[in-house]
Design a protein around this ligand. Structure first.
Ligand SMILES: Nc1ncnc2c1ncn2[C@@H]1O[C@H](COP(=O)(O)OP(=O)(O)O)[C@@H](O)[C@H]1O
Ligand SMILES: [Mg+2]
Length: 261
């Protein structure tokens, strides 16, 4: 179980962007972390993976534990060693290296036998990558690059996988493929914290959803409740066009509505 309690994060010593965030990813589950641009979702992931310092960020308060062990003081390599994998925003693959090289980099600390076994496993999950293993990653399509980024994270055999907007910029059909892959990876035993602006996609495969707004969790419910509640869909997820007049604050509504546009 991955547990975040009362997390406060500042950038540059003064900019408070997480104002007491608490969330839990039970072992074996997929949990969605939703919210508009700038809400603080990526910052939550950076805090978990020990990547805050390279962005001049710092945890001010709170704890992050993995199966009971505190991990908020660990640097990035140590969080990977502890079993946390991350696919960063924007994929960040090495475009001039081959697919194979990108994947091997994901497990660079493992021994040779482990690397080969994990490569086989990733290529089985992503046949499209196997077909192009000697190809330069920069020539892959957006969806294939996203698969490569996920595959690279899997090379380190994470027990918890953090995904930062994997559907961003992808065509609906490709989003479906990525969605199915996340389900498959989860079924193979990896717990997932899924950050998304595509609330429909994320809630369709999650057991629980958290909605963030300006550094706080404002809604925390089973995914099916968030999916089916009309007010939540309109107010927090911007998933309905009509209905603005039923709210006193139309501007507020429109701001939330911008999410999916
Ligand atoms: N390195 C940084 N320095 C200062 N402010 C930052 C930095 N990174 C992010 N922020 C600010 O923190 C807030 C949350 O950002 P982020 O976690 O990226 O949100 P999200 O992923 O939900 O879009 C935003 O207001 C953003 O401008
Ligand atoms: Mg982000």
């Amino acid at each position: 179980m991955l547990t975040i309690e009362n997390l406060e994060v500042v950038y540059e010593d003064v900019i408070l962007v997480l104002k007491g965030v608490s969330l839990t990813v039970p072992t074996g589950s997929i949990v969605a972390l939703l919210g508009a641009n700038g809400a603080g979702k990526t910052t939550v992931l950076r805090a978990i993976t020990g990547l805050l310092d390279i962005h001049r960020g710092e945890i001010r308060k709170g704890t992050i534990t993995l199966n009971g062990d505190p991990i908020h003081h660990l640097d990035a390599p140590k969080t990977v060693a502890a079993g946390v994998g991350q696919v960063m925003e924007g994929r960040r693959i090495l475009t001039e290296f081959t697919v194979d090289e990108n994947l091997r980099i994901g497990a660079h600390t493992a021994d040779r036998g482990t690397i080969e076994a994990n490569l086989d496993r990733v290529y089985t999950t992503f046949p499209v990558l196997a077909d192009r293993r000697k190809g330069v990653a920069g020539y892959l399509s957006g969806g294939e690059q996203q698969m490569l980024a996920i595959g690279r994270a899997l090379m380190a055999e994470p027990t918890f996988l953090l995904l930062d907007e994997p559907s961003l910029g992808l065509a609906p059909l490709i989003v479906q493929q990525i969605r199915d892959l996340i389900v498959e990876i989860n079924e193979q035993g990896t717990s997932v914290l899924l950050v998304e602006q595509n609330a429909n996609m994320a809630l369709s495969i999650s057991s629980h959803g958290y909605i963030m707004e300006t550094g706080k969790i404002v809604m925390d419910k089973p995914a099916e409740v968030l999916r089916d509640d009309d007010d939540v869909r309109e107010f927090y997820l911007g998933l309905r066009e009509e209905g603005a007049t039923s709210f006193r604050d139309v501007k507020h509504y429109k701001r939330r509505k911008r999410w999916l546009s």
